[in-house]
Design a protein. Structure first.
Lengths: 201, 201
DNA sequence: ATTAAATTTGACTTTAAAGTAGAATTTTCT
DNA sequence: AGAAAATTCTACTTTAAAGTCAAATTTAAT
């Protein structure tokens, strides 16, 4: 069994394989974000890594698996963010803001892509991804509700509150990397304020 | 020349042709919104109208033209909204809110779809669509700036203000028709408030 | 009723991209 | 060095969907 922290990791076959597979998925995800799933061919994905299309099939079963894993990676990152607990002195609104900032950071700085091509996934895989997304949405909705209970967030349909600012997050993918003069931090600051003012009590 | 208001319109061949072509595009746009451009085949589009795939080619040159026209229709509607002038007693913020409400109405009630598949358009067509979108964005940004000048909207990068709430608009497409219990009006009300609070001075 | 134009179709070709097979190469281990 | 395993390649097949075309049908006017 290979431990990620092991000094031997670079010589461990499983670790090698996993990290290459990960590279395939990350690179593809970035292309999907920029040009869309269907406008990115397996040949393109290979080329970006200096590989031939056929070589990719050593790491993944098919193209759909890449899309699937791209989605999972994004949701894993978001779950990770959501894991961090809330400090006792934080209001619900403060906490929500902190989470949202980290979401923005993920998208602008960590190369994580929130993809919209769920419909290109079939059956089971699509269901899995939608489940993950719904799960995260529910947790964010519940954060909003906590804020409403402690009086830091104004009343109103919590789900609509969430859809509004999650839209900003998704839309980020469409324009961000084409806008050179704004840093991820700038955007996080701005968006956090707009989120806060938009729903504070 | 066929006038749309003419009593003879139903017997006018050009009018017939135009309205059928329009139906093709609207129906396709709705499918694109729900399942995505590449997950909707010409056969699907035909079937939805009780036609065979080949019949569609009587109305459009190719599939891409449908996507192109879908985009244009959406932007035409938005331009229409933007045409309405501002009343003298309206603050910049009030005016922006009114515009935004109408955008929401378009998407929830008028069957207009704001598509994201710009990358599936090639060359000239893609450029045209992006130009239209940029144009609209600019006008909205300028509304925000007017609000900042009259003191109704707080300071800050006007483009970021706009990207935030335009994201909400785009994201609407992804979830709206799957949510039966909310009317377009509900959403417009809620979103208008969240927009307003998010950027008011 | 006939005719001409408009509309639609069934049956086809084309195309782009996914996916596969087996050979070739590189890496790791002894 | 030699063998075995891992990795990648070239060349191919398959597939799904776009797009075409000549013929059939429908519609509207004389």
């Amino acid at each position: 069994m290979a431990s990620a922290a092991s000094i031997k990791a670079p010589f461990d076959r499983e670790v090698q394989f996993a990290s290459k597979k990960r590279a395939v998925i990350l690179s593809a995800a970035s292309a999907f974000r920029r040009r869309g799933y269907h406008n990115t061919s397996m040949t393109d994905i290979g080329k970006a890594l200096g590989l031939t299309k056929a070589a990719l099939y050593y790491y993944v079963r098919n193209k759909e698996e890449i899309l699937f894993e791209s989605h999972l990676m994004a949701y894993d990152s978001m779950d990770e963010v959501l894991k961090a607990g809330r400090a006792d002195d934080q209001t619900g609104l403060d906490y929500l803001e902190a989470i949202f900032r980290q979401f923005v950071d993920l998208l602008t700085q960590s190369g994580v892509s929130l993809l919209t091509d769920v419909d290109s996934l079939s059956g089971e895989w699509q269901a899995d991804v939608l489940k993950r997304r719904t799960e995260i949405e529910k947790r964010v909705v519940s954060l909003v509700q906590q804020g409403q209970e402690d009086g830091s967030i104004r009343a109103g349909d919590a789900r609509l509150h969430v859809f509004f600012f999650m839209g900003a997050l998704n839309w980020l993918n469409a324009w961000f990397d084409t806008e050179g003069r704004l840093t991820g931090g700038d955007i996080a600051d701005h968006f956090a304020l707009q989120l806060r003012d938009g729903i504070s009590a």
